[in-house]
Design a protein. Sequence first.
Length: 133
Amino acid sequence: MTDHSEPSPPSDVHLLLRTHAYQHWLSRELLPILRELQAPHSLSREQLGVTLAYLEVLWIEASRRFAEAEAAHAELDAASCQLEGTSASNGALRGVIRRYAEAVRGLHDCLARHVAELLVGCGDPLGRERMRP
């Protein structure tokens, strides 16, 4: 019997794909809402409440996606320990991927602070607790 299942991508490719997908999702979904909320007087009181609720839902999704990217990062770390003797080009590629992942992690942390400030500032006393990565 032949196994027709797709092999899983190497951990470095997996991390790159997860990280890039997360960064793209943040830019496409979350950042426009944050920009809208930062524009003074751009929303009525009713629209503000709806937009903040949507922001909270988006942040829950962002946290889930971030956790997936972090799991891919841990997978790469584990694979790197097993492959200590790999070629220099593989090591260089892994370094670039790790730096990209760190930059996206920094973006996530920055956005977490902004989201927490918006939710706490608008009467959500638990917002800061939910924003922890």
